[in-house]
Design a protein around this ligand. Sequence first.
Ligand code: ATP
Ligand code: MG
Length: 389
Amino acid sequence: MLVVIHYAEIGLKGKNRPFFEGQLLGNLQRVLDPLAAPKTVRSRRLYGRLVVELPDQVPFEEVSRRIRRIFGVAHFGRARSCAPQPEEIEKTTVELMTERRPESFGIRVRRIEKRHPFSSQALATRLGAAVQAVTGARVDLGSPDVWVDVHVLSDEALIRAEQIQGPGGMPVGSAGRIVSLISGGIDSPVASLLALKRGCKALFVHFHSHPFTSAASQQKVRDLVALLAQYQGRSRLILVPFGTLQQTLVQETAPGPRIVLYRRFMLRIAERIAARNGAHALVTGESLSQVSSQTLANVDTINRAATLPVLRPLIGLDKAEIIERARTLGSFEISIEPADDCCSYLMPRRPATRTRPAQLEKIERALDVEGLVEAALARIEEEEIHAAD
Ligand code: ATP
Ligand code: MG
C-alpha cells in the first residue's frame, strides 16, 4: 500500500524544509511502525510530498486514523504506482476512477522528471478526456468530488484519487519544547493540543493536593495526557505535590488574592522544571474573563511571576468553542468526571478579581518564596505516559 501525503505550511519554510520534513517523517514512522513487521513500513520524501509504503494487509482504516493525528499533514490518500508512460498512467487512472465513480473530478499533474516527452498540461487533458469517456463524470477544477493527483517521476508515476483531510499545523517537535500546565479541567488539555498543533513538544506538569485530597485528579490527568500522547508520542508527566505549600499560604495570607498567589507559585515551579528540561515557554488553559482568576488584571499579576513566555492558546476562545474542541479530542468526558482536585478550605469564598502586582509582591515578601518552591521541587514525581490505544 502506498500513501501519498501532502503537508501543510512546511513547504513555505525554505532552507529549513528538510528539517521539518524529517520531523514529519519521524512522527509518521512512530505511529505507523507498530502496524506491521519491523522495517516493513518505509517512508521517503518526494519533492514536496511524502510517500509511505506499508504491507498491503495493514488495514487502511487504522493507517488513516493514525495519520489524522499527525500535525503537519494537510491531506493524504492511497496511491497506485505504474510505469511513467502516458498509456500506463491513463490505464491506471481510468481503473481507479472506474472504482471510485465520482460525479465530478479534477486532475493535477506534477512532472518531477522533466525529460518525459509530454507536458503536464497535455497529460492532464488526455487523462481528463479518458476518464470522462469511460465514467461519464464531469471535469470540475473548482471543488470536484475527487482530485486526482498524478506525480510523474523518472521511473514511475504515482496516482492518487483519494484526499483525506489531515489536521494541518506543524510537525510536533519542530517548534521546540514547552511545559504545559495541565489540571484535570476542560481547558488545559485543549490548550496543550493547540500548542502541539503549532509544532511544540509538551512536557506536562500537574499540581495536586494529595494527600489533602484524593488521588483522583492525578488519574484524570494521566488519562488526559494519554490522549495527548496520541499526537506527540510517549509523554512525560511531572506531578508536583502542592498541598503543603497551599496549606502554608492558607495559614499565612488573606483569602482574597489567594488563587492568584497559587498561580504565581505554579508558574515559578513550572519555570524551574522548564529550565531543567530545555523548554522555552509555559502553556496554560487560561482564557479571558472566564473565571475570577482570568480577568485581565489578574492575568497581568500572575504573568509577572514568570520570566519565560506564557502561551495561552485559548485566550480568545469562548467556553462553547473550547468544549467543542475537547469533545473532538475525546478529553471532555474525562475532564467532567468529578474529582476533588482542591478541597474547599484551600479555596477562598470570594476570590479577588482585580489584584495588582505590587499587592502580591508585598504578600510574598512576608513568605519564604524560594524555600517553598524548593520544597515542592524536591518532592516532584515523574511518570511516562503511553498513548491511549
Ligand atoms: P482548566 O479547565 O484547564 O482547569 P480553568 O478554567 O479551571 O482551567 P483555572 O483553574 O483558572 O481555569 O486554571 C487556569 C490554568 O492554570 C489551567 O488551564 C492550567 O493551565 C493551570 N492550572 C490550574 N490548576 C492547575 C493544576 N492543578 N495543575 C496544573 N496546572 C493548573
Ligand atoms: Mg481548573
